[in-house]
Design a protein around this ligand. Structure first.
Ligand SMILES: NC(=O)C1=CN([C@@H]2O[C@H](COP(=O)(O)OP(=O)(O)OC[C@H]3O[C@@H](n4cnc5c(N)ncnc54)[C@H](OP(=O)(O)O)[C@@H]3O)[C@@H](O)[C@H]2O)C=CC1
Ligand SMILES: O=C(CO)[C@H](O)[C@H](O)COP(=O)(O)O
Length: 484
């Protein structure tokens, strides 16, 4: 079917990139009453969207970038929804070279926030607004209401905000979209959202694995347990998804689908970016880190093959009180998840300070309550906690969460120790517990590390009883201490 000739300068907004996310975002905009210009590198996809969904609203399809930009009303707003990295740079240039001062380019892909900062600065010099925007919710979210995290200038939010708030998910009548902060702030928080997503998925995986190996439960039985958990404080989209996956039976083999899926978790990079950035900022995100490394371990065939047959279980499982054990696992999962969120929010706080972003953490938790992959009931409490204290240093120190951590602690310790005794890997359960024990410790062995650093490299240390930097003359008789 030949596409109609695009009407010039008439679309409210345009979307280029008619893949999974872009096509659904365009349909969402059109369904909400906006006239949407659509374009894709290969025009067959534009044609497909127009043919199959043209009746859902007003679309202006274009076969090439010239017509696409020409079809946008001024000041133009064009959303890019393509692969992150070089493809995004290429599309930005194609758009920017055809745009005029005051026009807005919005990148809704999962771009690295440092790329966004670079692009924003470069386009500003050309008189264009560039808005790096995190979008979460997958295919269904993009179509029916995602969580939207726009960065860029506040002026561009004046133009984009009403549209984005309208098409976003809504919880309790509130849109799951808010202005996050300047330049790369939107993509930064989306990156951390994905890091938290990794940790959340991994803790659910650890609970599943433990229940299966300890109690010999089937995937369907574990799905029933998870469905129960999903009625309480663990209520979340990822728990819901897990129930669906564990209940699924493979039509070809009649086995649980989860037993047919290759146990090698893939990743597109946002989890790794979260960890790399946290390392740069000096923020421990051990839950996200372990979750990312767990995916790496699962996808290391050579190492896994070499280790098959290695000595393992130190004890046979013999769980006397099955119900109590299941409850222990639930609490360990909840506490580990809290730590991962607490760490993720700390990373955002550190970045806000480093990059001068004024990020409202309460508002951020509010827009994650719906539309996105980590949507969960307990985000209401996170919102409450940061609304009450915008500078809360530790989410798990908020009285509501702290009470739950204290309640979970004995279970958490039992689960981690039992898993360790029985040779079941629980990297996020255990690292989160170690983080909790580390952060609550009055003294840490870091004092010894400072001593070691000073010994071999004269790196100096601080004293508990005096200001300044000190060095011990380790190689000299008497080992006198000098102030540096
Ligand atoms: N899938 C998801 O759940 C989510 C994805 N995202 C992000 O959204 C973006 C799009 O993802 P998704 O829709 O899933 O991806 P798809 O693989 O479905 O689509 C990719 C799109 O990118 C286009 N593209 C690729 N390379 C180029 C290039 N060099 N020049 C121009 N266009 C190019 C493709 O065009 P063509 O058809 O011509 O190949 C296609 O339109 C990504 O950044 C992704 O990380 C964000 C949130 C959730
Ligand atoms: O952004 C998303 C949701 O918010 C994507 O689903 C995410 O990119 C999936 O990441 P990965 O492929 O690394 O698991």
């Amino acid at each position: 079917m030949a596409l109609p000739i695009p009407a010039p300068a008439s679309a409210d907004i345009g979307v280029t990139g008619m893949g999974v996310m872009g096509s659904n975002l365009a349909r969402n905009l059109a369904r909400n009453g906006y006239k949407v210009a659509i374009h894709n590198r290969s025009s067959a996809k534009t044609e497909e969207v127009y043919t199959e969904h043209g009746s859902e609203g007003e679309f202006i399809p274009s076969e090439n970038m010239e017509d696409f930009v020409g079809s946008l009303s001024r000041p133009r707003v064009a959303i890019i929804m393509v692969k992150a990295g070089a493809p995004t740079d290429a599309v930005i240039e194609e758009l920017a070279s055809r745009m005029e001062e005051g026009d807005i380019i919005v990148d809704c892909g999962n771009s690295l926030f440092t790329d966004t900062r670079r692009r924003e600065a470069a386009l500003k010099e050309r008189g264009l607004h560039f808005v790096g925007t995190g979008v979460s919710g997958g295919e269904e979210g993009a179509l029916w209401g995602p969580s939207i995290m726009p960065g860029g200038s506040p002026q561009s939010y004046d133009r984009l905000g009403p549209m984005f708030e309208k098409i976003s998910a809504h919880v309790d009548g509130e849109p799951c979209c808010t202005y996050i902060g300047a330049d790369g702030a939107g993509h930064f928080v989306k990156m951390v959202h994905n890091g938290i997503e990794y940790a959340d998925m991994q803790v659910i995986g650890e609970a599943y694995d433990l229940l299966r190996r300890s109690l010999g439960l089937s995937p369907a039985e574990i799905a029933d347990i998870f469905a129960e958990w999903n009625k309480g404080e663990l209520d979340s989209y990822l728990m819901e998804v897990s129930v669906e996956v564990l209940r699924q039976v493979d039509a070809k083999t009649d086995k649980p689908l989860v037993d047919v899926i290759v146990d090698a978790a893939a990743q597109k990079g946002t989890g790794a970016w979260t960890v790399q950035t946290a390392l740069d900022l000096g923020v421990p995100v051990t839950g996200i880190g372990e979750a990312t490394f767990a995916r790496g371990l699962s996808s290391s065939p050579a190492q896994r093959a070499a280790a098959q047959g290695f000595a393992g279980e130190a004890q046979e499982w013999n769980v006397e009180d099955r119900e109590a054990f299941i409850e222990d696992v639930r609490k360990a999962l909840y506490a580990s998840k809290l730590v991962a969120y607490s760490q993720g929010f700390n990373e955002i706080q550190a970045a806000a300070e480093a990059y001068g972003w004024d990020i409202n953490l309460g508002a951020l938790a509010r827009i994650w309550r719906g539309g996105c992959i980590i949507r969960a009931q307990f985000l209401n409490e996170i919102t409450r906690a940061y609304d009450a204290d915008a500078k809360l240093p530790l989410l798990i120190g908020d009285s509501y969460f702290y009470e739950r951590i204290v309640d979970a602690l004995p279970s958490w310790r039992r689960v981690v120790s039992q898993a360790t005794l029985h040779g079941v890997p629980v990297p996020v359960f255990s690292s989160s517990l170690s983080y909790y024990d580390g952060v609550r410790s009055e003294r840490l062995p870091a004092a010894l590390i400072q001593g070691q650093r000073d010994f071999f490299g004269a790196h100096t240390y601080q004293r508990t009883d005096a200001e300044g930097a000190f060095h011990t003359m380790w190689a000299e008789d008497g080992r006198a201490e000098v102030q540096w």
